[in-house]
Design a protein around this ligand. Structure first.
Ligand SMILES: Cc1ncc(COP(=O)(O)O)c(C=O)c1O
Length: 440
């Protein structure tokens, strides 16, 4: 068996040291060693555009830049220069700054098309705030969440339903209930079972599965009929499917929307936007009944706000979303060519929109299989494509990255075909990747 410590000597040493200091060895569970094949780089050193390097000096094409936060590419100069100018002028102050006003006005008018905004640092915080606000606004208790969407928040209301449920009170779990995407009757049943007690419905407008005709409109209607707040989580989808969020692609407007990940090209920024009559409950100047909407020390931090404005300007100037769809399609076509070359259509199935897509891997008996998924990752990585299940093109990706990735696909498909015949254990080195939150 190949030994990762021979392939990645410095990375393996450093990964052990990380485990010693940081529980799990990383600050996001999706970066842990159990999320990657054994034969993967363990620790990265830096990035540039659509490439990253590991500490052992290997270069990889990066198709999921910073878990899709780095929406223009690593070290993107027009953004970096604007941020650098701001760094020299200071980034945290005792009073609100003019930049907070400019960022709020710009984000609301150009991206969110909403009335009010609160900025924060991560997606979980703004989803939590949206939940609290919905309960305060409606006076109801239950939160209906879409069970196919993998992550909304690290807080108890959500994480209590995952495999990480230790340390969470039953009381905090019991007001979160599930419905299924593209199954309006499952949501309708919740409204019938908990009449007058559902405060909010939260879902991503889209993920890899396309919304069926009328589904999002029907969700909107049920929320209106039963007096629940509709929250669209656009933490992932924002700035990917459409400049104004995936919801505008489908013509359905939420009451509250949450944003994060790619809105500031990797700088830590998230946002809760929404209708004034709901958002104003968080007004601590004009409201007597207080709702703790969001108050964070770093919420108005200027470098990230400037980064957001520079990022969105680049998206508009370069028509980045149009470019990303085209690049994603060219990449998908290249993969499909290789899949067909090896006769693997029944085993490797691309899913999702061209701007953000994934692959389902099946074994020889036609079942979805994490071992085969891990094998495909392993083979792409050994051909210097850092793949963790999702392809997210940016304007830093182009023809050369597609050409190199197609070569890697060719190799991965060749090995996959052999593994289907001879058994995946012959080819997979070490463990299969784990599902992050779902019970195994
Ligand atoms: C759809 C969605 N919403 C919210 C979050 C939480 O964001 P964060 O990790 O920034 O707290 C995530 C994280 O992956 C996510 O995928």
């Amino acid at each position: 068996m190949q030994n990762p410590s021979l392939t990645y000597p410095l990375g393996c040493q450093l990964a052990d040291k990380l485990l010693n200091y940081i529980p799990g060895g990383s600050h996001a569970y999706s970066k842990s060693v159990n999320q990657w094949p054994n034969l993967s780089p363990k620790v990265l050193s830096h990035g540039e555009g659509s490439y990253v390097w590991d500490v052992d000096g290997n270069r990889y094409i990066d198709w999921f830049t910073g878990l899709s936060t780095v929406s223009l590419g690593h070290g993107f100069s027009p953004v970096i220069e604007r941020v650098y100018e701001q760094l020299k002028k200071g980034i945290n102050f005792q009073l609100p700054t003019k930049i907070e006003f400019e960022a709020a006005e710009y984000f609301l008018n150009v991206v969110a098309k909403d009335d009010m905004v609160k900025f924060s640092k991560d997606g979980s915080t703004v989803n939590d705030a949206a939940i609290k606000l919905s309960r305060a606004y409606t006076g109801k208790r239950y939160i209906a969440k879409c069970s196919q969407h993998p992550f909304f928040s690290y807080s108890d209301w959500f994480i209590g339903h995952s495999r990480y449920d230790q340390g969470i009170l039953e009381e905090s779990k019991k007001y979160t209930i599930d419905f299924n995407y593209n199954d309006i009757s499952s949501l309708e049943s919740l409204f019938l079972n908990y009449p007058n007690d559902i405060a909010a419905v939260i879902l991503e407008p889209v993920r890899f599965e396309e919304p069926q005709k009328g589904f999002l409109q029907d969700v909107r209607k049920l929320c209106n009929d039963y007096g629940a707040v509709l929250i669209f989580d656009e933490v992932v989808t924002g700035l990917k499917y459409h400049l104004n969020g995936a919801q505008s692609l489908f013509g359905v407007k939420s009451d509250l929307t949450t944003w994060g990940k790619g809105i500031a090209n990797g700088f830590p920024l998230s946002a809760l936007t929404g209708k004034k009559d709901i958002m104003r409950l968080g007004d601590t100047v004009n409201q007597d009944n207080r709702t703790f909407l969001l108050s964070t020390t770093h919420g108005g931090e200027a470098a990230s706000l400037v980064s957001m404005m520079a990022t969105v300007e680049e998206f508009v100037k370069k028509d980045a979303i149009f470019h990303n769809y085209n690049t994603g399609k060219a990449l998908k076509d290249a993969l499909i060519e290789e899949i067909e070359r090896f006769g693997l259509k029944s085993y490797i199935k691309p899913i999702g929109y061209d701007c953000f897509w994934s692959i389902i891997f099946l074994n020889s008996t036609g079942e979805q299989c994490y071992q085969f998924r891990t094998l495909f990752m392993q083979e792409l990585i050994s051909n210097k494509v850092l793949f963790r299940g999702i392809f997210y093109p940016t304007i830093s990706h182009g023809e050369n990255e597609i050409r190199l990735t197609k070569l890697a696909f060719n190799n991965a498909c060749r090995i996959y075909k052999k593994a289907l015949i001879e058994g995946v254990d012959q080819y997979l080195v070490g463990h299969k990747v784990e599902r992050i939150l779902k019970k195994q």
